[in-house]
Design a protein around this ligand. Structure first.
Ligand SMILES: C[S@@+](CC[C@H](N)C(=O)[O-])C[C@H]1O[C@@H](n2cnc3c(N)ncnc32)[C@H](O)[C@@H]1O
Length: 531
């Protein structure tokens, strides 16, 4: 039968009115006619993102059987290559999912149980059609086709539902479902691929003892006319960092004006002031670590230093755009591949990745122009502390504090072999340098050995030691795939950035369905010790 006639015939539009059969599905799927495509699978109620909606057993045919018989029958529209080269036919609903360029269902092959598992990649409304992505080389004209790019695409090398047996995996499929829309669309919290671990409650903000502070250099300004000069100087001094954005620059107490210069962690020694302004010596005070969320907390925080008031609705968190979600998926895919490479090199398959920041402001502020990888090197370096996280923190510190970068006060896209050796731009994960070389990075500048404002992706939940290291590194946030219930320090046995009294908190996102995704890459829980 000519493929073009196929969908029309089964939809009954051409000759007769076909009826879709009932289906006793408890996950919210029903079979119905999809205009121009024949039968299809539809949502009989709202289906939440990441719901497993169907597990279809498959029938397997040898390639010879298929060549001689199956291929000449209607089965040709339903079969696809299994991983071992045989041809597979999905039973249950599996064969009835139609194709879409923007699918809302992803799927994975389970070779062990000879089945395919279908998962909703986003929230699906009642009566919406559930579609998967078949691949690039379709044997029919999809009715929802975007302008064709088939000629530019490499041949998938598969017949039928080509992509099923190919190198696709859950992460890539999920990422595909986010493609195509406006990158600035805000993605709802439910549809984000990760769950955020809540570190503070807003009520905590209202208690004076809960105000977290850290030390900063300030200087009194005897003459108010010096303020403008000082503010201008401060802007080009390199002392200001994005992590100070919640603090006002000037404090007025009666006639006395004081200006905020820098955190002591960013500027270890007494700051050097402009020579032409006559000022007393700077001194150190405690300032709040974050903006005030409530008026009560604003009053408390202002007793330390004038603080920005940034009220938010309870439980409100930073919004993520579609573009940023894609950025996170890419990072997660890269970190998984890095872990696989580590495994091939005989290391534990745990890896971390710090991408170039998504938003321009942070890119400019951090000047991180190359992504940084690291993997676990406990085996090759015979060292118990060479965890992937410690390695990446060290790599970034070495890179940022190297003489070349301190000249520019930040990481720059230098191509010197010396820097490339530690930066490992976009390539294989590189273990950290040995101690002797790593020590040779003077002059160091405290402002730039940190991971302030950076986001880190990691295959496994960091252990307690690494979580503490992350806290010291001042990283902005981390995302991990595999929870480590018995060793993890970011929600497993403990949640280090949640502890009372710590002077920095970093965000934590636990990837949804992370364990299953990691298993697909062969780097699940069983394969890792602690990260
Ligand atoms: C695996 S079957 C899907 C179920 C099929 N609609 C049925 O009624 O049995 C694949 C066939 O569905 C039709 N089909 C799937 N997605 C389509 C799309 N986006 N546009 C047009 N036809 C489609 C094509 O005829 C294709 O050969």
């Amino acid at each position: 039968m000519h493929p073009a006639n196929f969908a029309a015939q089964i939809s009954g539009e051409a000759e007769q009115e076909a009826q879709a059969p009932e289906h006793l599905n408890s996950t919210g799927c029903r079979i119905a006619i999809s205009k121009g495509k024949g039968r299809g699978v539809f949502a009989s109620r709202v289906i939440e993102a990441h719901t497993v909606i169907e597990i279809s057993p498959v029938l397997l045919f040898s390639s010879q059987e298929y060549e001689e018989h199956g291929r000449h029958t209607v089965l040709d529209h339903y079969t696809f290559k299994w991983r071992d080269g045989r041809m597979a036919l999905a039973l249950g609903l599996g064969s009835l999912f139609n194709h879409s360029q923007t699918p809302n269902v992803s799927y994975t092959l389970d070779v062990g149980t000879e089945s395919i598992r279908y998962t909703a990649t986003r929230r699906i409304d009642k009566d919406e059609e559930l579609c998967i992505f078949y691949g690039h080389n379709l044997w029919f004209d999809p009715i929802d086709a975007a302008p064709s790019t088939a000629s530019e695409e490499p041949d998938d090398g598969w017949g039928g539902l080509s992509i099923l047996g190919n190198e696709t995996n859950i992460l890539e499929e999920q990422m595909r479902s986010f493609k195509g829309g406006n990158p600035d669309d805000v993605i709802s919290e439910d549809d984000l691929p990760f769950t955020r671990i809540r570190l503070t409650s807003d009520d905590e903000e209202d208690e004076i003892h809960a105000v977290r502070t850290e030390h900063a250099w300030v200087v009194d300004i005897p003459d108010a006319r010096q303020t403008t000069v000082m503010l201008r100087w401060l802007k080009q001094s390199g002392l200001e960092t994005p992590s100070m954005a919640h603090l006002k620059r000037i404090r007025r107490q009666g006639d006395k004006m004081t200006i905020l210069l820098a955190y002591t962690r960013d500027c270890l020694d007494l700051p050097t002031l402009p020579p032409d302004v006559d000022l007393p010596q700077p001194y150190v005070i405690a300032v709040p670590c974050s903006a005030a969320l409530t008026l009560m907390s604003l009053a408390h925080k202002n007793t330390y230093w004038p603080t920005v008031y940034a009220p938010r609705r309870k439980n409100e968190t930073e919004e993520w755009s579609r573009g940023k979600v894609m950025w996170a998926y890419e990072a997660m895919i890269r970190v998984m591949k890095a872990a696989q490479q580590a495994q091939q090199m005989g290391e534990l398959p745990t890896a971390t990745y710090v991408p170039i920041p998504y938003d321009e402001g942070t890119r400019i502020a951090t000047q991180l122009t190359e992504p940084i990888f690291a993997h676990d090197t406990r085996q090759s370096q015979a060292h118990p502390l060479r965890h992937a996280i410690l390695n990446v923190v060290r790599t970034i510190a070495d890179l940022r504090a190297s003489p070349k970068n301190t000249e520019n006060s930040a990481v720059s896209a230098t191509t010197s072999s010396e820097t490339q050796a530690v930066a490992a731009p976009s390539s294989l994960p590189i273990p950290i340098e040995n101690d002797a070389d790593a020590n040779d990075v003077s002059p160091r500048n405290g402002a730039h050995y940190l991971l302030t404002s950076l986001t880190l992706f990691v295959t496994h939940e960091p252990c307690v030691m690494c979580s503490m290291a992350l806290l010291h590194s001042r990283v902005k946030e981390i995302f991990y795939l595999v929870p480590m219930n018995s060793t993890g320090g970011c929600g497993g046995v403990a949640c280090v950035p949640k502890l009372h009294g710590v002077n920095h908190r970093f965000g934590i996102g636990r990837w949804k369905d992370g364990e299953r995704i990691a298993r697909e890459y062969g780097i699940g829980l069983d394969s890792a010790m602690d990260v």
